[in-house]
Design a protein around this ligand. Sequence first.
Ligand SMILES: NC(=O)c1ccc[n+]([C@@H]2O[C@H](COP(=O)([O-])OP(=O)(O)OC[C@H]3O[C@@H](n4cnc5c(N)ncnc54)[C@H](OP(=O)(O)O)[C@@H]3O)[C@@H](O)[C@H]2O)c1
Length: 200
Amino acid sequence: MAAAIGGTALVADVADRDRLSSVLQRFGEVDIVVANAGVVWPLGRFADVDVDVAQWEAAVQVNLFGAVRVVGAQVSGMVARGYGRIVTISSGAADPPGMPSANAYSTSKAAVDMFTLHLARELSGTGVTANAVRPGVVDTAMQTFMRSHPVEQVGTEFYERFHGLHERGELVAPETSAAFVVGVVLGDRNGEVLDIRTSQ
Ligand SMILES: NC(=O)c1ccc[n+]([C@@H]2O[C@H](COP(=O)([O-])OP(=O)(O)OC[C@H]3O[C@@H](n4cnc5c(N)ncnc54)[C@H](OP(=O)(O)O)[C@@H]3O)[C@@H](O)[C@H]2O)c1
């Protein structure tokens, strides 16, 4: 995709602090950051799944600290230049009661919302905006992964909700979510948690 638009793609694991930092340095000055990387595992009840706290921590490393690191590497330069657009990708799971069977995901997305709201307030008047976008239930590999789990592991509510949305053709197209993010970047909304369900 980067080649198609004349750009460059650099690959890094956002949970790998050192590798990420060396890749981010190669970007130089950045005006727009979209912190999109996310993982939905581990799925299941906290007490039942072999959650291994290490797995929980690994998910938060990607969902929360990945966003914090990517934004953190760019924000002071944006402020110095008086322009920047920061978008984090949140989820409806961030609001109580969260997504069933996805405790680590819901917890980390709630934290992403708070991180972004703090940023937005702190950056007010600098020319740099920060917004968290909830992209809807999107037809991506993440949804395929979620549907691949047995009802015994994820519970009836989770299983019926996500299989139902898929079977009824109600998943949001990735292009729709991406276009929404572009609209946020090009617009001047600031300090909001935007939700594709209510903002379309
Ligand atoms: N799909 C939904 O219904 C939905 C709903 C609400 C919010 N979201 C959020 O939307 C964002 C995109 O999700 P998606 O639906 O596109 O999921 P996806 O199909 O699973 O894609 C996740 C993306 O994150 C990248 N990623 C995962 N771990 C990473 C890591 N450690 N370092 C760098 N990149 C990493 C993946 O890269 P690789 O392919 O290289 O692994 C992939 O590009 C996520 O933040 C997700 O939480 C999705």
